[in-house]
Design a protein around this ligand. Structure first.
Ligand code: A3P
Length: 337
């Protein structure tokens, strides 16, 4: 596809928008199910959390999860990016999108230069929350749904799943900033201590964190051909190795010529925190799509991008408490942080 970067980004956004505008026909409404579920504290966000199939979720997203279970149909050769929130979803989206589309777009006029990663790759449950089953230009989508609650159509298909996880202490700190960025009601921001206590109880959107990670970890051991399990910290330390691996797994391996021409390095550079986080579209651009209030800029998805920022926020006791919980929950699984 020969198109300028701005035209292409417009196209990605407007085709999604168009589908949304046409889609109000099957607006999901599972409130009769949701209102019977156990209720948990909301982290000061307007909606409470409800416990559905063992994980906590807001009613808006639960409508999307349940609708997706009934309606979502993966595309042939679909790659589904699965993450616990704040684990590097947008980084993975950028990498997978640029790997998959590298023969279509020029690096100097790439859609990611003018469109946030969140708008380049759809979220299954967020689109379904709006009654959308979007037609996609590329076989790439994403979700925060836990493995055991994924639509059967995904589990029984040949599509590939890529999961990325991250040190839970960094995930928590990133979550805390994220939630407070969106709190705009009379409850005000949630304190770090209160949020930490809820996180340690597992009461957090799409949590408990440990169940989310463990389910994908176990599934990746059982079906390594179907599920690639990555760690944010590994990707950060050795991007070249993991990006090449990711491309092979997705079915888009780099050729010798591409490697010689520096294609791997170009993708890593394009998707780096420094490049993406400094783009105007990711600093002050408004979010497009279903995830959150479109009035908010995309910059919350590019905060610090560091390993170990938790050390600037958590006390030793807090870190020990979470470490102990994670150790106990993951014990015997072979997975460690
Ligand atoms: P911090 O809040 O610790 O900075 P998600 O995309 O799942 O919401 O995760 C957001 C976290 O990933 C944020 O972490 C964000 O800064 C970090 N991040 C975003 N883009 C990144 C990139 N290209 N490289 C590394 N980290 C990135």
């Amino acid at each position: 596809m020969e198109s300028s970067n701005s035209q292409q980004s417009q196209c990605i956004i407007s085709s999604k928008q168009q589908v949304k505008d046409e889609s109000s026909k099957h607006q999901p409404d599972y409130d009769d199910i949701i209102t019977t579920l156990p209720v948990g504290e909301s982290w000061n966000l307007p909606s409470n959390l409800y416990k559905y199939q063992g994980f906590w979720c807001t009613p808006e997203f639960l409508n999307g999860v349940i609708s997706a279970k009934q309606r979502f149909k993966p595309l042939d050769k679909d790659v589904i990016l699965c993450t616990y929130p704040k684990s590097g979803t947008n980084w993975l989206k950028a990498l997978a999108f640029s790997i998959m589309t590298r023969t279509k777009f020029d690096f100097s006029s790439h859609p990611l230069l003018t469109t946030p990663p969140i708008s380049c790759v759809s979220y299954i449950e967020f689109e379904h929350a709006q009654g959308v089953d979007a037609s996609r230009e590329f076989p790439l989508t994403s979700t925060h749904i836990p493995y055991s609650s994924l639509p059967d159509s995904i589990i029984s298909s040949d599509c590939k799943i890529v999961y990325i996880c991250r040190d839970p202490k960094d995930v928590f700190v990133s979550w805390w900033y994220h939630v407070n960025y969106f709190v705009c009601n009379d409850k005000g921001p949630i304190s770090l201590e209160k949020a930490f206590d809820l996180f340690c109880q597992g009461i957090v959107l799409f949590g408990p964190f440990w169940d989310h990670v463990l389910e994908y970890w176990k599934a990746s051991l059982e079906r390594p051909d179907k599920i690639l399990f990555l760690k944010y910290e590994d990707l950060k330390r050795d991007p070249s190795y993991y990006v090449k691996n990711l491309a092979v797994f997705m079915g888009y391996p780099f050729s010798l010529q591409e490697k010689a021409e520096g294609c791997v390095e170009k993708i890593i550079e394009l998707c780096s925190f420094e490049t993406l986080g400094n783009l105007e579209v990711n600093k002050s651009g408004k979010l497009q799509g279903a995830i959150v209030d479109a009035e908010h800029p995309a910059k919350i998805f590019f905060r610090k991008g560091k390993i170990g920022d938790w050390k600037n926020h958590l006390t030793g006791d807090m870190a020990n408490r979470l470490d102990r919980i994670i150790e106990e929950k993951l014990s015997g699984s072979g997975l460690k942080f």
